[in-house]
Design a protein around this ligand. Structure first.
Ligand SMILES: [Zn+2]
Length: 218
């Protein structure tokens, strides 16, 4: 079967996001780009139970080119991310609980913890539109400007990465930030980091090569 390795990689990523509790049942969809093609989860499949052979393959116009099952109804969302984000090699979308809760109430997830910079900064909430619509895809593409993740109003969360593991990492990180925000609000009004504080974090991260393992100095 064509795209064997990618199908298998995608099935493993599906089990991962299901295992992490980011999706319930058939909610959520993942894809990864291979040149002019996109390997993507099928519509109606329970994400945590999908096998490599269940994956669909579409071209960049959304036409099915391989696979037994019809692709997810969110094909326009995925293609919109690939079109608008040149660095996107994979996309992950879920109805993760805390992320979805924030999307129902706010227009933006504010930066209250510096690791939100790994997603590009404060997370925008893309305005609501019907699932699977071109309008929703366009709203999400706009919300991703300068970001690697976004919330979707009254719907869920989406993230992209160079590969599917990175896209899932970011989806999980976004959910952590949404959860953190919810818990903080339960205690009181959380303090939001200032632009200057965020800029200082970027400078410190560059100077200290934050996020990479480094040899200990003797
Ligand atoms: Zn959805």
């Amino acid at each position: 079967m064509a795209w064997d390795g990618e199908r298998d990689e995608l099935a493993r990523a599906c089990r991962r996001v299901a295992g992490a509790g980011l999706v319930v049942g058939t909610a959520g969809n993942l894809s990864l780009r291979v040149g002019d093609h996109v390997v993507i989860t099928p519509t109606g499949g329970v994400l945590g139970e999908l096998a490599a052979g269940d994956m669909s393959v579409v071209d960049l116009d959304g036409e099915l080119v391989d696979g037994e099952l019809a692709p997810t109804s969110e094909v326009p969302l995925h293609l919109g991310v690939y079109r608008s984000q040149p660095l996107a090699g994979a996309v992950a979308h879920a109805h993760a609980l805390a992320s979805t809760a924030v999307s129902c109430v706010h227009d933006e997830l504010p930066p209250i913890h510096y690791t939100i910079l790994q997603l590009g900064g404060a997370i925008r909430v893309a305005p609501y539109a019907t699932f699977g619509s071109d309008e929703l895809a366009a709203n999400v593409a706009r919300a991703l400007d300068g970001r690697t993740a976004a919330l979707m109003q009254n719907h869920g969360s989406v993230a992209y990465g160079g590969g599917i593991a990175e896209a899932c990492d970011r989806l999980e990180l976004l959910e952590w930030h949404a959860e953190l925000y919810q818990r903080s609000v339960a205690l009181g009004m959380p303090r939001v980091l200032s632009d200057q504080e965020l800029e200082d974090v970027v400078l410190a991260a560059i100077a200290k090569r934050y996020g990479t393992t480094q040899k200990a100095r003797p």
